[in-house]
Design a protein around this ligand. Structure first.
Ligand code: MTE
Length: 400
């Protein structure tokens, strides 16, 4: 038995670390086949330690505080959050900064376990806009950051990090305190009963099992804010970074917004393409996402190692949820405040003739977002192996 023996889990999930803590992703094909919304069973999990045990009868009285540089410190219960604040539902894609780290570890071992490309999942998150709560606490004028702390006690203290106060106060960023996921209570692995959700940023900022919001003048000094979720300069190796703490305290290297990224789900890495007596075309398909509310505006496929590129078709399922009719489907609770922004993955696809695939060795995908940020050809290796987003490649295996 582990400290998490009380937590139910799906056997399809692939364990990326030992038995405990629990870090898993779904097989990419299973994740992709689920479509736009990921069921809680296959949603990726990144836990640094044991899942706090919360009895159901204690959930309404779950408390968190708003403290620090505020004129009116608050203690809020989950019951209060549900009754005294407007509750909204947003579709949001969460991505671990370590998504696709395995490719970095193949080139050179980083300080991190090997995520495949399924450290990404999407859900309808229900909760309260964080701004509404922070506003009631009345931040002081010099306040600049909101630090968050979870209930999970780890070797280096409670898990915590921070985001900028002006992001929290911007309704178009959709930063929220969520208690629901796809119409049900959060599952234990995803922060039951309350978590922060920071759309468009790496998952590491979305603190689970939330206990504290601390308004400050400086970024979080929590150990996990400083020694995790960073892209250090590429020449800094594990030994050098361990010797020299100055690399870690420079907030310029902290990751916030996601960068453009994509992956090919079909063909899968070991899939054999039916090249004889087959249909004329094969539909190459996968996902793409970017950060900071920036929409993916193109996803390009190459079957000649990047010499030439073809434009794929992109589907944005989130747009369905923006439509009034769909809002009705969710009991009127789907309230899109950020009409200008995009915080979800999208799906691209492209038909390629079997004949052409027969003559190729591999398939490449690269995505670009509305700021014309594009996935690079080359990998940027760094000591934590995070934000890996070079062109994604699948080798073509042909039927014998
Ligand atoms: N919050 C707490 N309290 N403890 C954690 O270990 N992990 C973070 C973040 N919030 C973590 C946390 C990281 S690194 C990620 S990527 C996301 O939670 C993962 O969220 P998920 O497990 O619901 O997918």
């Amino acid at each position: 038995p582990t400290p998490d023996s009380h937590v139910p889990r799906d056997p399809r999930l692939i364990r990326l670390t030992g038995v405990h803590p629990f870090n898993v992703e779904a097989p990419l094909t299973d994740l992709f086949n689920e479509g736009f919304l990921t069921s809680p069973e296959l949603f990726y999990v990144r836990n640094h330690g044991a899942v706090p045990l919360v009895q159901d009868e204690d959930i309404p009285n779950w408390e968190f505080t708003v403290e620090g540089m505020v004129a009116n410190p608050l203690t809020v219960t989950l019951k209060g959050l549900l009754s005294e604040y407007e509750n909204v539902t947003y579709p949001i894609t969460l991505v671990c900064a370590g998504n696709r780290r395995k490719e970095q570890n193949v080139v050179r071992k980083s300080k991190g376990f090997s995520w495949g490309p399924a450290g990404v999942s999407t859900a309808l998150f229900t909760g309260v806009v964080m701004k509404d709560v922070i506003e009631r606490a009345r931040p002081l004028r010099r306040a600049k950051y909101v630090c968050m702390e979870g209930a999970d006690k780890l070797p280096n203290g409670y898990y915590g990090t921070s985001v900028k106060l002006n992001w929290v106060m911007d309704p178009n960023r959709g930063i929220m305190l969520a208690h629901g996921m796809n119409g049900e209570m959060l599952r234990p692995d995803h922060g039951k009963p309350l978590r922060a959700v920071i759309p468009g940023q790496i998952g590491g900022r979305s603190v689970k099992w939330l206990k504290k919001l601390i308004v400050t003048a400086e970024p979080s000094d929590n150990w996990y804010h400083i020694y995790d979720n960073r892209v250090l300069p590429t020449m800094v190796d594990p030994d050098e970074s361990a010797r020299n703490p100055a690399w870690w305290t420079d907030d310029r290297y902290a990751i916030y917004d996601l960068s453009p990224n994509s992956a090919i789900a079909f063909p899968a890495h070991n899939e054999k393409l039916p090249l004889q007596d087959a249909p004329e075309k094969y539909t190459v398909r996968g996902y793409a996402y970017s950060g900071g509310g920036r929409r993916i505006t193109r996803a390009e496929v190459s079957i000649d190692k990047g010499k030439t590129w073809r434009l794929s078709n992109i589907e944005y399922p989130e747009d369905r949820y923006r439509a009034y009719e769909d809002r009705q489907l969710f009991g009127g609770r789907l309230d899109m405040d950020w009409r200008e922004a995009s915080f979800c993955w999208c799906f691209w696809s492209l038909d390629i003739s079997i004949e052409e695939l027969q003559g190729a060795n591999d398939i490449l995908i690269r995505a670009m977002d509305e700021s014309m940020n594009i996935q690079p050809r080359d990998m940027y290796w760094s000591v934590l192996g995070m934000m890996n987003n070079p062109w994604f490649r699948v080798v073509i295996h042909k039927e014998d």
